[in-house]
Design a protein around this ligand. Structure first.
Ligand code: FES
Length: 156
């Protein structure tokens, strides 16, 4: 038995056994773009997906939804288009293929960083240290960026 999972532009046919949740099937299938902060307890609502099956179409929590033959699952757009989707980012040339397994999903870290900086002297010191060794590279100002970017885009 299989379900089809659409992870951005990537389509997965994932096998499952009766009684497995959609979340378990996706995790067993190596899909990393789905978040399950509460560990599948149905509390965090982060594992929300869009499901199409014979008897249901709509948003559902993947951790409490049983996989069914022929089910189609689309990972939510907020997750899908975030840079957390490393495989898609590599396919689009946003990150090098070599970085897919060497990067990790951090989500939006701005708020967490601001809170840390406000509450912790240690965090402020670390931010100051990092500020001295990190530099921003504005690719949009590079003359060949647009051409290189378009050339690196591949669609399947
Ligand atoms: S993993 Fe938290 S609600 Fe599903």
């Amino acid at each position: 038995m299989f379900i089809t999972v659409y992870e951005g532009i990537i389509r997965h046919e994932l096998p499952f056994t009766e009684g497995e949740t959609v979340l378990t099937v996706m995790q067993n299938g190596g899909i990393e773009s789905i978040t399950a902060s509460c560990g599948g307890k149905g509390a965090c609502k982060k594992c929300s997906v869009y499901i199409k099956s014979d008897d249901f179409t709509g948003e559902a929590l993947s951790c409490v939804t049983e996989a069914r033959e022929g089910m189609s699952v689309e990972i939510e757009s907020e997750t899908r288009f975030s840079f957390a989707h490393r495989k898609n980012a590599a396919l689009l040339g946003i990150i090098p293929q070599e970085c897919v397994d060497r990067s990790e999903k951090l989500g939006n870290t701005a708020l967490a960083g601001a809170i840390s900086a406000a509450l912790s002297e240690k965090a402020r010191n670390e931010l100051s240290r990092l500020q001295k060794i990190v530099s921003a590279v504005d690719l949009s100002t590079h003359s060949s960026f647009s051409t290189e970017f378009m050339d690196a885009m591949t669609f399947e």
